[in-house]
Design a protein around this ligand. Sequence first.
Ligand code: PMV
Length: 331
Amino acid sequence: EGECVTSATARAYPNIALVKYWGKADEKLIVPVAGSLSMTLDDFPTTTTVTLTDGGDTFRLNEVDHDGTSADRVTVFLDLVRSLAVDAGLDTAHLSARVVSTNEGPTAAGMASSASGFAALAVAAASAYGLDLDTRELSRLARRGSGSASRSLIDRFAVWHAGDDESSYAEAVSAPDMAMVAVPVATGEKAVSSRQGMIATAETSPFYPAWITSTQETLTEMIAACERGDVTTIGELTENHAIRMHALIASCRPSIRYLNPTSIAVFDEIAAMRQEGVEAYATADAGPNVFALTRPELAHIVADRLVGFTKDNEAKILMPGQGAHLIDGAS
Ligand code: PMV
């Protein structure tokens, strides 16, 4: 009534896939062609406050008001939340939302900002609109914003199931403690969005069917390796699957490439370290930044070795982090 504002704040962290998601079975519902597996990080959070208003949706990211594509994606997502509110018979369903986000990682440069962004938005918006959703339902909801966001609902390690709208959600998988060393080599926005890249891959790569079947096999092997705590197999599968994804993407017509020469140099350096007995494995998403997966006790050695390749002379060590959650609005 009048002065009474409904507001909720949530925090979510990016996740880095060890088995990658690349390709949709359903473009609108964002159901993937194969499952994937990731580690949720413990830094680079997105913090999002959703406040219900009757003045139209607005989106502010890192102190800048947005309209255009990113604001449209927020509004489309809020429409979905409002349709759930209608189904639940909530009188908030007709309200619009003021969305204010702070992103502590570089946006749209392969640092999974869309994952932390939509996971935080799902949790904050569901709460502000008064929906009572469990983690599985929140994961399905976050998925509709950005596929990989489904995994940022989950603590530590998550497997995101393929399937259909009902069955495609992320849940926890047990895995040993591992560190991710972030090697940001560039912070500019990427040239081809993951959405466009996935469409191009499905339409033009002759290797796409083999990617789908081999990813399913890799996921089965990866889950088994995680459950038995086999860091060496986890690392080998992680690096190989990332290289397969980038090879698949390169096989598009016209070809797409997210890695730059520095990214390749980092992959080579990580392979050289392994030769010397320092166990680390490389991965990269739809951008040039590389992540080195390693054992926690080796993380400082790996970071020191890779810091020279980074853009800002910082190779941050990340550990398994918390799934998206509500926080006190003031912080
Ligand atoms: O969630 P999206 O649409 O940003 O796609 C993410 C795709 C990769 O980051 C390249 C792989 C993954 O599984 O996170």
